[in-house]
Design a protein around this ligand. Sequence first.
Ligand SMILES: Cc1ncc(COP(=O)(O)O)c(C=O)c1O
Length: 454
Amino acid sequence: MKILIDQLNRRKFIHTLSAAAIGTGLGAPVILKAASADQKPALLGGTKAHPGNFPQWPVFDRTEQTALAETLESKNWGRLNSNSVVGKFEKEHSELMEVKHTLGVSSGTSALYTMLGALDIGPGDEVIIPVYTFIATYNVVTLNYALPIFVDTDPESFQIDPSKIKKAISKETKLIIPVHIGGSPADLDKILPIGARANIPVIEDACQAHMAEWRGKKVGTLGLAGAYSYQSSKNLNSGEGGAIITNDDDFAKTCYTFHNQGRGGSTSGFLPGTTGTRGTNLRMTEFQGNILRAQMARLADQTRHRWENAMYLNKILGQIPGITPAKLYEGTTMSAYHLYMFRYDKNHFAGLPREKFLKALTAEGIPNSPGYGQMNSEAYVTGLAGNRHYLKIYGEKRMKDWIDQNQCPKNDHLTQHEAVWLFQTMLLGSREDMDQIAEAIIKIRKFAPELSKI
Ligand SMILES: Cc1ncc(COP(=O)(O)O)c(C=O)c1O
């Protein structure tokens, strides 16, 4: 049985459906409070569907204050001491992730950069990345003068399309970086065997995916290694910060030395030793380490809260014609829901363009974003074809071919017309908050013809 959305619009009511009728999940009845038919969208002079505030971010209390004060007073502000707090964070994080090694670093970008350094990715190498990602995934490749090869998006999941990875592999391919975008796992059952068959390492960009799981294992532990970000918007936050996780002892050691100026033996903690031939300073500070320990204690509960609200939203939004929540692949046992992503089809909203839909949603008190654009077409990226170093390394023809190779038509359509993001902080709200998101969309749909005119 489906909720009849047009019925929902007729009068103010509380509609109760049995969970069995609309799919399993939480096992509890789904209650949807819908807007009254006469209730106009806020943009047309009606009241907001969501008049209150979503939870503020970050969440903290005296625990974080005490942690910061402790580090301050310890006078050990960097990790170069025998009993570093970063070392404690790494141990606790490894336990949480059920992984052998965690290396705290200064950012998610640093985590990726360190791993590329440890793999000695350099000029002439190609690295496969999804086009639908944050620019950092691309930047760490070009910082090494390697060539990023974009793979188109699976619009149903917003993740890298695994069926297009094989075609992107050449004899120069040295690395594949799937990204668990929005905090939901990419299809690792398909991606990892492609890497294994071609003898190309896979490292996971899990910067948005704290606590996400693939078949019961934390993402970042399934490939050679994984990168996490603790930048301030992330589900685990120390303002800036990042980590590498891996079960590979040698790789862990090489990452450590790379992030510590090529020095392995002179600091305490993580696997002393000297491997690799290049390095820099990408160390995490003790302040970051201690605040992360405090924040980490909240992570499991927050993750569950987001997941339950996202499952609920999937049920209620998934029944609104023209709204399709991002698909989770079958192996997903947990998503971090750093972003709640869905597709908007204006054909079910009287042709109302996405930009006007988003404006109307904002007016209802529902923060949102159209999300990433077409990274492969941005001047910042296409300009690489004229970069003097790239011309020297790869030649004019290869760089021209690279531009042609970078076409991602599915991603173009998704990002230009359909994609909508809600944010992780909203998923920390109440069930009423979730109902009000649905109410806002139902209202906008009903009044779409009027909204098209303004
Ligand atoms: C997918 C992805 N990769 C990498 C990064 C880089 O992380 P940071 O901002 O901590 O450098 C981010 C952060 O936004 C991200 O979302």
